[in-house]
Design a protein around this ligand. Structure first.
Ligand code: NAI
Length: 710
């Protein structure tokens, strides 16, 4: 079967129709390569005036086949290398045939799809529904189908950087501005008309970079202005990635190297770097987590089956503070009516003003029209009146973290609701089953744990209580997807999954300080591991006061349950910080100083208070942060707080800052290998105590040769 249909029209123009059999989208795989190479061979023996590519799918072309790339290893890499070389050679043959080649872009052309379009001389796109770009870097890869070579030559090194090293996507209009799209039309018929008209008007065609005397915009790497920038570029990149992500570095190498040689050699350089990246552990981590696992979550892996998909039309939010205001904004932006209730109309209006502020900024940046902003704001009703909650299909409470208060607002809201409505709590620490006791309908009661700031953070942790029904979970899951966020589903426990594992990271950093390790070394060890924020800085954000409150509540709860609280080595450090009146960022003083007119910096008194001269190995500090999180996550698996590996991986990266390169907290364990992980954890347990004790689940998996997978 062929993925490319060959049709010649009355004008002697060959239509190469992209239509992978039995598939929803066109993919750059072995089948496509064979079909494409065959089509180009046929063209070489045929008489034709021009070629146009068009797609029989709703998108133009989806890109590389990630199943194949995921399965490629160093041992079988030559298969991929040969396939890519054959495909690129054929693309180049067509590109240099001297006759016009056009791409009719009817839908998304990302990755390999955009690379195919780039190999054409003329690109026409539909005005609506088209996204263009090369997002490979986000999966730890580089565009290996000629994308780096062609974008660098067409745009110039500097202008191409964000599209290649950050994977920035763009719309046809931007493409036209950049000179990458030649024409924008309204209908699929016009796509073909535009291509045909251009082919007829241009019987001979060449890529700009194949025309003798072509100058790459901004010049080649040896151009004096570029030569000044280039020695700094790798350092700037390293500052961002800390050397944990090889793809952006490889892309920069291909850009610089490929611009110094002819196109054919450039393609070979690109292919070699591409294949090497495909085989890298980091690419496997990113593809596994951000492609396969994330897609499973989006497709509803943890959503109970058998319930119709539900849409929320009106959501009531109790508490218009930091979290409530953010949840209101995220919901209203997706077209949901919002009732934002607080104790006074003034408070509620303050919460609504948060949306106004964010929307105004978008209007200023021209990402939204004034009308769109007003329509979104009109959806938010700020009120002090509980009766306004009538008709809501979902309530989310985000009042203070106080059991009695939460019980009171639950009762008050439920009296206004239809029996089918769902009641969710955004508590960050209080067990859901206990909170559900205040509800008349505990089956409809669930936890929806958002992260701060809500408008930026993509994750929502859904927590089911003992009595939560499957239907309630399905509705909550649908709502999270409806507002464009990613749901993970966990069972009830103190701190659920994310807060619990996050705490181990923060506490480990604080404990190190107590051991006399220099604060700067602790923070830097986190950065070098790829954490976006150090444990001391993030504790300042959360505030030591809040951590203290949670600890006291934990001690109280454990005492009531007849359990004993084991002092964490971070506890005395936190106490001394509070004694020194340094509770965190909000107070302007924590582990860091927050000068009014300058950048924050570590508090100079830390050394005096905690020593700061202990000897340390950098690798130990890095290991400790990642190991303690992984061990706590394994405990969550063992206790069935977590029931899937994908939720652990995605939740850890999107919610609590686990370094992206790891592919998530359990994938980190997988790549070290279970036996090696257990051995190192045992070492750490000997050095640092019981908190590193290896959970039985890890020992068993190591013994049985297993890895974490769903
Ligand atoms: P906040 O202090 O900013 O806001 C709480 C709001 O609730 C205030 O505006 C208050 O006036 C209002 N309120 C109090 N009693 C009320 C009542 N009877 N009816 C309606 N509104 C009432 O608190 P924040 O930070 O927004 O936290 C809210 C909840 O979200 C807490 O349970 C917290 O644990 C949780 N949470 C907080 C996160 C954070 O990073 N701050 C992250 C995730 C969850």
């Amino acid at each position: 079967m062929s993925s490319v249909i060959y049709e010649k029209d009355a004008d002697n123009i060959v239509h190469l129709i992209l239509d992978k059999p039995n598939a929803g989208a066109n993919l750059m795989d072995q089948e496509f390569t064979d079909s494409f190479v065959a089509a180009v061979e046929k063209l070489q023996n045929d008489d034709w005036a021009g070629v146009l590519f068009r797609s029989n799918k709703s998108t133009f072309f989806a890109g590389g086949n990630l199943d194949d790339l995921y399965a490629t290893t160093k041992e079988n890499a030559h298969v991929l290398h040969n396939m890519v070389t054959r495909l690129k050679d054929a693309m180049r043959t067509l590109e240099t045939s001297g006759k016009p080649v056009a791409a009719c872009i009817n839908g998304a052309a990302l990755g390999g799809g955009w690379e195919l379009a780039l190999s054409c001389h003329y690109r026409v796109a539909l005005n609506k529904g088209v996204t263009l770009g090369l997002p490979e870097v986000t999966l730890g890869l580089l565009p290996g189908g000629g994308g780096v070579v062609r974008m660098s030559r067409l745009l110039g090194l500097q202008a191409a950087l964000p599209f290649l090293t950050e994977g920035r996507q763009f719309k046809p209009e931007k493409g036209k501005e950049l000179g990458l799209i030649n024409d924008i039309v309204e209908t699929p018929e016009q796509l073909v008309e535009s291509a045909i008209a251009w082919i007829k008007a241009n019987p001979k065609a060449q890529q700009p970079y194949d025309v003798k005397g072509y100058k790459v915009p901004g010049g080649k790497p040896n151009n004096p202005s570029l030569a000044k920038m280039l020695p700094i570029a790798p350092a700037m990149m390293r500052d961002k990635t800390k050397g944990t992500l090889p793809a952006p570095e490889s892309i920069l190498c291909v850009m610089v190297e490929s611009l110094q040689v002819d196109v054919e050699s450039a393609m070979r350089i690109e292919t070699r770097y591409f294949v090497e990246l495909v085989c890298s552990q980091v690419a496997k981590n990113l593809i596994g987590t951000f492609w396969f696992q994330l897609n499973e979550i989006k497709a509803g892996a943890a959503r109970p089956k058998g319930f119709d998909s539900a849409k929320v039309t009106k959501v009531g939010i109790l508490g218009a503070g930091m979290m409530g205001a953010g949840i209101a904004y995220s919901s209203a932006c997706k077209g949901i009516d919002v009732v934002l209730k607080d104790v006074s109309a003034e408070n509620a209006e303050k919460g609504k003003a948060y949306s106004q502020n964010l929307l105004d900024k978008k209007v200023k940046k021209k990402r939204l029209t004034a009308e769109q902003r007003d329509a979104t704001l009109d959806r938010i009703l700020a009120t002090e009146n509980a009766a306004d909650l009538a008709g809501c299909d979902l309530i989310i409470e985000a009042v203070f973290e106080d059991r009695e208060l939460k019980a009171r607002v639950t009762k008050e809201a439920e009296s206004q609701l239809a029996p089918s409505a769902v009641f969710a709590t955004n508590t960050s620490t209080l067990p859901i089953t206990g909170l559900a006791e205040a509800s008349e309908r505990p089956a409809n009661f669930i936890g929806l744990h958002f992260f701060s700031p809500v408008d930026k953070m993509p994750l929502v942790e859904i927590i089911t209580g003992k009595e939560t029904s499957e239907e309630t979970l399905a509705k909550a899951y649908d709502y999270v997807l409806q507002i464009g966020k990613t749901p993970i589903v966990v069972n009830d426990s103190r701190g659920f999954f994310t807060s619990r594992v996050f705490a181990t990271f923060a506490q480990e950093g604080i404990a190190m300080l107590g051991e006399g390790i220099p604060a700067a070394a602790i923070e830097n060890a986190a950065f070098l591991s790829g954490f976006p924020v150090g444990p001391l800085a993030v504790t300042d954000e959360v505030s030591i006061t809040l951590m203290e409150k949670i600890r006291n509540q934990t001690i109280k709860d454990m005492q009531e349950a007849g359990e004993e609280y084991v002092l964490h080595p971070s506890d005395p450090v936190a106490d001394r910080m509070l004694e020194a009146n340094r509770p965190g960022k909000l107070a302007g003083a924590g582990f860091y100083e927050y000068p009014a007119n300058g950048k924050k910096h570590l508090w100079s008194g830390l050394k005096e208070t905690f020593g700061g001269e202990a000897e340390f190995e950098l690798q130990d500090l890095k290991d400790r942060m990642l190991y303690i999180m992984a061990i706590e996550t394994a405990r969550c698996m063992e206790e069935k707080v977590l029931t899937s590996v994908r939720d652990a991986n995605i939740g850890s990266i999107m919610g609590i800052g686990t370094p992206v390169w790891t592919g998530g907290v359990l994938q980190y364990v997988n790549q070290i290998g279970l036996p090696a992980f257990v051995a190192r954890a045992e070492e750490l347990a000997n050095q640092h105590g019981e908190r590193y004790a290896v959970p039985q689940i890890l020992k068993d998996m190591a013994k049985n040769g297993e890895t974490f997978k769903d």
